[in-house]
Design a protein around this ligand. Structure first.
Ligand code: SF4
Length: 438
């Protein structure tokens, strides 16, 4: 499993303090403008520069429930670091690695001590424990809510645990972040699927004041290409899940299926495609090629992820589309036909992986009345209270509403939804107290 180990190195203590001391503590910090969750970057860097690690962690925790995750998977070069004033003439502050240093230090040494408020503001159920669910849980627990998360998998974390490979985000980092959220008093129930094992109506009957759907997009799209239903065509997100289960010892090498000496083609060019391509190489594939119908400048993958994929040997075909998939006997393909630069070429292939996006599954909306969706299945929500669906007391956020595009954007959305839930429950409690008084 060495191949799946965390690739990036962290700072040592001396390096972290030295890097923090380069920060100008700008009066108008442009780095904060680049941070989707408005992390108070200069304040915690200043504390770090003075060796006050506990204070630095407390400042980070005000805006983020998943700093160790963000420090590893955020697009820092486009966000905080891309806006750092030092980057105009010199090297920007390495904010991502500093955040990683502080959050990892906190995990090892428990440097921050949060005072947890009494859980008397109300009860909130959260469906799903990905970035949106965990962020809302942490935000509401810090406000004094009694929060329970319902997760269908056997381990919490959603895409952080089952979608992002170990070399980019070690599972132990995710587990530690989840432990910190649980230490705020959040209860996580595993192996329970909404719409199958319980309904939202039952949650309200059990006394929850609000329910937050943070269920993500679990239904991968399948383009209409001849041969697309052959068993040699797989969903990239499901392959990554298998790799994750294999890494954690829950699945055998054979069950991962794709790998040993295979020629793999991936359709799509987002971060899932990069993760799947690099994981396929790590699983022993002979050749991995990403096929994208647009140019390199138009891909949605992070440039850093693309560069790493190229360095590891992933090939790319731009302005190209798969027009035919030819299957052989058994689970593998024989070849694919690709239209590229006005001509058709047939290439030997063992597997095709699809990474062309996903859409929400309908399990909750089909078992709950009053939740409206758009024509593509995304849940409709309103601006006030932020994130509430057309069903009173039911909120939605993250990918299921088609708003965010990355982990940190899902977190920003989830923080706003937490505010919407707080607004709603406060109004609900006020109405109840007026009714009880009459
Ligand atoms: Fe420090 Fe750069 Fe932010 Fe200025 S913009 S406060 S130098 S990190």
């Amino acid at each position: 499993m060495e191949k799946f180990k965390d690739c990036a190195e962290g700072f040592t203590l001396a390096e972290a303090i030295q890097e923090a001391q380069r920060c100008l503590n700008c009066k108008v910090p442009s780095c904060m403008k680049g941070c989707p969750i408005s992390n108070e970057i200069p304040s915690w860097i200043a504390e770090l520069a003075h060796g006050n690690f506990g204070n630095a962690m407390s400042i980070i925790s005000k805006r983020s429930s998943l700093p160790a995750v963000c420090s590893r998977v955020c697009a820092h070069e486009r966000q905080c670091e891309g806006h750092c004033v030092l980057g105009k003439k010199d090297v920007p502050i390495n904010i991502g690695r500093l955040e990683r240093f502080i959050s990892d230090f906190d995990t090892e040494a428990a440097i921050s001590h949060e005072s947890i408020p009494a859980k008397d503001r109300g009860r909130v159920a959260i469906i799903g424990s990905g970035p949106a669910g965990l962020t809302t849980a942490g935000t509401l627990a810090r406000l004094g809510y009694n929060v329970e998360i319902f997760e269908m998998e056997s381990e919490a974390g959603g895409v952080l645990m089952y979608g992002i490979p170990e070399y980019r985000l070690p599972k132990e980092v995710v587990r530690n972040e989840i432990k910190k959220i649980e230490s705020l008093g959040v209860n996580i129930h595993l192996n329970l699927m909404a719409g199958r094992d319980f309904t939202l109506d039952e949650l309200f009957e059990h006394g929850f004041d609000a329910v937050f759907m943070a269920t993500g997009i679990g239904k991968p799209k399948r383009p209409a290409i001849p041969g697309i239903n052959h068993t040699g065509v797989r969903q990239a997100i499901r392959f990554l899940r298998r790799v994750s289960l294999y890494e954690r010892g829950y699945m055998s090498r054979q069950e991962v299926i794709i790998g040993d000496d295979d020629r793999v083609f991936i359709i799509g060019c987002g971060n899932t495609a990069m993760d799947a391509a690099r994981s396929a190489l790590r699983m022993g594939s002979r050749e991995v090629t990403v096929i994208y119908h647009k140019t390199a400048d138009e891909m949605s993958a992070l440039r850093a992820e693309y560069n790493d994929a190229v360095a590891e040997g992933v090939k790319f075909m731009w302005n190209s589309s798969v027009v035919d998939i030819i299957g052989g006997e058994g689970t593998r393909l024989t070849s694919i036909t690709v239209e590229t630069e006005g001509r058709r070429v047939t290439l030997p292939a063992d597997f095709v992986m699809l990474a062309v996006g996903s859409q929400p599954a309908a399990r909750i909306v089909s078992t709950t009345t009053g939740i409206d969706i758009d024509d593509r299945g995304y849940v409709l929500t309103r601006e006030f209270p932020y994130g509430m669906t057309t069903r009173r007391g039911v909120f939605a956020g993250g990918d299921v509403t088609n708003r965010p595009a990355s982990v940190v954007h899902a977190m920003r959305d989830a923080m706003q939804v937490a505010q919407g839930i707080d607004d709603y429950v406060k109004a609900l409690k006020l109405m109840e107290s007026i009714e009880n008084a009459n």
